[in-house]
Design a protein around this ligand. Structure first.
Ligand SMILES: [Zn+2]
Length: 444
């Protein structure tokens, strides 16, 4: 196999892998944005002349954010993705363009190209993108976010490869666990948490409850920076469960504020694509509950309502839970909340996702005394909590468990991890199976 890594080679962002199928025919797996300390120019800096198609594993911005720049560089091939990803992609790119250019003026042109280029496919169905080149691809559920997939590729030489995309953890209530492919010859594997084991998912709701109870006692806001897709819906799911379980508890009084038009759109799509939910979530629906749409949930749309709420909470300190983007506190409405509320010692911050190097989220994760937001520096007096059970990524043991179930595997290329994580993961993997050929992309 010849695979060139144009991103997520020695970090966790900018995912973009080029699989060369024939000397003059290749496909890209993802085309994402570089973020945080890995940030760089967005222009496509590699030759596109043999790139004939793009395959999207899922719609996180670090996997799809450079698609507009791919179009700008002249790419006119098809974009293969799952049905739910096809619904999410225009929303993600419109927001990405707005964040980058300050307006979504350029989105119309991108949307027209997307309409023409996207090929939405069901899971577990082979697709043959080209009549003249004998290869096929298939999406399988990755359990990471709505629509997420790992991709199997049958090559002209008869071998089968797999790109993991981002793999979700096991035992989350909203999406089914990823099921490893039956067999493969080689695997390109993410390693975001290649050296870490997560907190127990079954305990996360109770840790959340403890923090909410404390906050109700001493007042103040609970701020939750969360990715609009995935993390936000998992949190809503758990909050609904807590409210349901604790019928006479003060938790019934705490408003849960979703201050993100983007997150609302994604939550709507989670509701539309209920058929991809896990068993527990489907059972709740059948019993008449609405895990993503309940009475205490307040949605904030307009920017003026957002600003008014920030001002009100700064003065009143009334208890409430605010869920808003961005997940790494590197932009979006969460920054306004942080600037206003971090100096207040009643404020609680719940970190529920990965915080990349160089982002304010990472500084919060380390509980730095001062947090920098562009040109502003803010004193951090808040209580910081890291709730690992909300990660949308499989941990070290789950990644290794996934790999060891794949029959016939001889070669693994480790990507999508900081170099230390890639090396540690490689070492762990070789300890489990010394016969594998394991390469860290950061060493290539
Ligand atoms: Zn992802």
């Amino acid at each position: 196999m010849q695979i060139i890594h144009h991103g997520a080679k020695d970090g966790v962002t900018g995912s973009c892998h080029e699989l060369v199928i024939e000397p003059d025919y290749s496909i890209l797996i993802d085309c994402g944005l570089f973020q945080g300390a890995e940030q760089r120019a967005l222009d496509i800096d590699f030759d596109l002349s043999r790139v004939k198609a793009l395959v999207v594993t899922h719609c996180h911005i670090d996997h799809v954010g450079r698609i507009p720049w791919l179009f700008a560089a002249g790419f006119r091939g098809k974009i293969y993705l799952t049905q739910a990803s096809a619904a999410l992609l225009p929303i993600v790119l419109e927001d990405g363009i707005k964040v980058h250019f300050g307006s979504n003026r350029l989105f119309d042109a991108v949307e027209t190209l997307l309409d023409k280029r996207m090929v939405a496919a069901p899971y577990n169905q082979w697709l043959q993108p080209c009549d003249n080149v004998n290869y096929r691809i298939r999406f399988q559920p990755a359990g990471h976010i709505l629509g997420s997939a790992f991709v199997e590729v049958d090559m002209p030489d008869g071998t089968r490869g797999v790109f993991s995309g981002d793999l979700g953890p096991c035992n989350t209530p909203l999406l089914p666990d990823p099921v490893p492919p039956e067999f493969a010859d080689w695997l390109v594997m993410e390693s975001t948490y290649g050296q870490k084991v997560h907190d127990d998912i079954s305990q996360r709701r109770f840790r959340l409850k403890t923090i909410i109870e404390r906050s109700l006692r001493d007042g103040g806001v609970i701020l939750v920076p969360a990715f609009s897709i995935g993390r936000t819906q998992e949190l809503l799911f758990d909050l609904e469960q807590l409210i349901h379980e604790l019928a006479d508890d003060p938790i019934h009084q705490i408003p849960i504020i979703l201050d993100s038009p983007m997150a609302q759109k994604f939550t709507d799509n989670y509701r539309i694509f209920k058929k991809f939910w896990g068993l527990e979530a489907k059972q709740k629906l059948q019993s008449g509950r609405h895990p993503l749409n309940f009475e205490q949930l307040v949605c904030i749309d307009s920017h003026s309502d957002h600003q008014a709420l920030v001002n009100r909470l700064t003065n009143s300190g009334e208890p409430c839970i605010v869920i808003t983007a961005s997940g790494m506190v590197s932009g979006g409405r969460i920054v306004n909340y942080m600037k206003a509320l971090l100096p207040d010692k009643r404020t609680d911050v719940l970190l529920v996702g990965y915080q990349a190097k160089g982002t304010p989220g990472r500084a919060l994760f380390k509980d730095d005394a001062f947090i920098r937001f562009d040109e502003d520096t803010v004193k951090n007096n808040a209580q910081i909590h890291n709730l690992g059970g909300y990660s949308a990524h499989a941990d070290k043991d789950e990644l290794i468990g996934f790999i060891t179930k794949v029959k016939g595997l001889t070669k693994v290329r480790v990507v999508h991890g900081e170099p230390k994580s890639q090396h540690k993961f490689k070492e762990n993997l070789l300890n489990v199976n010394a016969n594998l050929v394991v390469e860290a992309a950061c060493d290539i």
